[in-house]
Design a binder for this molecule. Structure first.
Ligand code: XMP
Length: 311
C-alpha cells in the first residue's frame, strides 16, 4: 500500500471533519488505537485529548506502560479509572454476546459520553479496522467497537460522532503504516489485544478474582512466547473445574487454556507448532505459580471453526 498517501489523506480528513471542535481519542495501547492516536495528534494537536480507560480488564501494568510509551512519543495520555463501572456492568453475565454488549455500553454510553461532555469534545477517534467491521456485519460476533455499521447513531445515542481513520485497513496494513512511521517496535509489533480485553478470555462470569487468575496466566504466556513470532498468544480461563491432586490432597481446580496462533489478518488462523519443551515450561509455570489452577491445555483448533478469542 501507499503509506505516505494514506497518512496524508487521513490527516486531511480528520482536520476537515473536526474543524475547530475538540476530539477525544480512545487509546488502548494496541497497534490500531496507537496509529489512530498518532494520526489524530498530527491532525489536531491540542484540540485532541488522548485517554486510556482503565476498565479493570487490562493486563498486568498495562495502564502505566501505555502512559509511559506515549510520553516518550510526546503525547500526554489521561488515565481514566472506570474499573467499578465495568465490573458492575459485567456482574452476573455469562453469555458471550451479553458480556460484549455490557462492555460496549459501558465504554460508549457511560465513560465516553461523560468524558465528551466534560471536555466539550464532539468527536471520538477510534481504531476500528476492516476485519472488525466485516465480522460484525456478517453476524459472526459483535466487536465491541462497531456502532454505525449496526445502525447505531452515536451522535444521537451518545452525544458525539465517531471518526474511524483505519476502517479500510487490515491488521497487516496497519503494521505497515506504523513501520513506515517508525513507531517503536513495542507498538508496531505488539500482538493484537481486543478492546473488551481479558473479558474475551474468561468463559463465564467476569469477576475481580477470575480476572486476577487469567491476568497471571496471561503474563506467563506472554513472557514465554514473546520470541515465538506468532500472530497472537494468550491464556484463557474456562468456566469449568477438574479433579487433581496436590500435596496428597484431592482438589477440584481451575483450567487454563493456552492459545497461540499463526495468521496474517485474523480472518483465519492455525495453531502454532510450539516446541514440546516450551509447552511443558508454560504448563509447569501455570500450575505452580497460579493458585487454584491444576490443569493447563494447549488449543490446537484452527479458525474457522474456532475464533481466536473465547467469547
Ligand atoms: P476472533 O476472536 O474473532 O478475533 O477470531 C479476531 C481478532 O480480533 C480481535 N478481537 C477484537 N478486537 N474488539 C477488538 O478491538 C473486539 O471486540 C474484538 N474481538 C476480537 C482478536 O483479538 C483477534 O486478533
Amino acid at each position: 500500500m501507499d503509506c505516505k498517501k494514506f497518512i496524508e489523506e487521513q490527516i486531511a480528513d480528520i482536520k476537515q471533519i473536526v474543524g475547530d471542535a475538540k476530539a477525544i481519542t480512545a487509546l488502548s495501547g494496541g497497534v490500531d488505537s496507537s496509529l489512530t492516536t498518532v494520526l489524530g495528534h498530527r491532525a489536531l494537536s491540542d484540540q485532541l485529548k488522548t485517554v486510556f480507560v482503565d476498565s479493570a480488564l487490562m493486563r498486568e501494568s498495562e495502564p502505566q506502560r501505555v502512559v509511559d510509551t506515549f510520553a516518550s512519543l510526546g503525547i500526554d495520555v489521561e488515565l481514566v479509572d472506570a474499573q467499578e463501572e465495568f465490573l458492575s456492568a459485567l456482574t452476573g453475565l455469562t453469555d458471550p454476546e451479553e458480556k460484549r454488549q455490557a462492555v460496549t455500553d459501558t465504554f460508549y454510553s457511560k465513560v465516553f459520553s461523560r468524558l465528551a461532555k466534560k471536555s466539550g469534545a464532539r468527536f471520538l477517534l477510534h481504531g476500528t479496522i476492516l476485519t472488525d467491521i466485516e465480522e460484525t456485519v456478517a453476524g459472526i460476533k459483535r466487536q465491541h467497537n462497531i456502532l454505525a455499521q449496526l445502525g447505531i447513531d452515536p451522535e444521537r445515542s451518545y452525544g458525539y460522532s465517531i471518526i474511524e481513520p483505519l476502517k479500510t485497513l487490515r491488521k497487516d496494513d496497519v503494521r505497515e503504516v506504523t513501520e513506515f512511521l517508525d513507531f517503536p517496535a513495542e507498538i508496531s509489533q505488539r500482538i493484537p489485544f481486543p478492546g473488551p480485553a481479558l473479558a474475551t478470555r474468561i468463559v463465564g462470569e467476569v469477576t475481580r478474582q477470575r480476572l486476577a487468575t487469567v491476568r497471571k496466566a496471561t503474563a506467563i504466556v506472554e513472557e514465554e512466547l514473546a520470541d515465538s513470532g506468532a500472530f497472537q498468544y494468550m491464556a484463557v480461563l474456562l468456566n469449568d473445574r477438574a479433579t487433581g491432586i496436590r500435596d496428597n490432597k484431592r482438589e477440584f481446580g481451575q483450567i487454563i487454556v493456552v492459545r497461540c496462533v499463526q495468521s496474517t489478518d485474523a480472518r483465519t488462523a492455525t495453531a502454532t507448532e510450539l516446541p514440546w519443551k516450551k509447552l511443558h515450561c508454560i504448563c509447569d509455570r501455570i500450575i505452580t505459580e497460579i493458585e487454584d489452577v491444576n490443569r493447563c491445555l494447549y488449543d490446537l483448533t484452527p479458525k474457522p471453526p474456532a475464533t481466536i478469542e473465547y467469547i
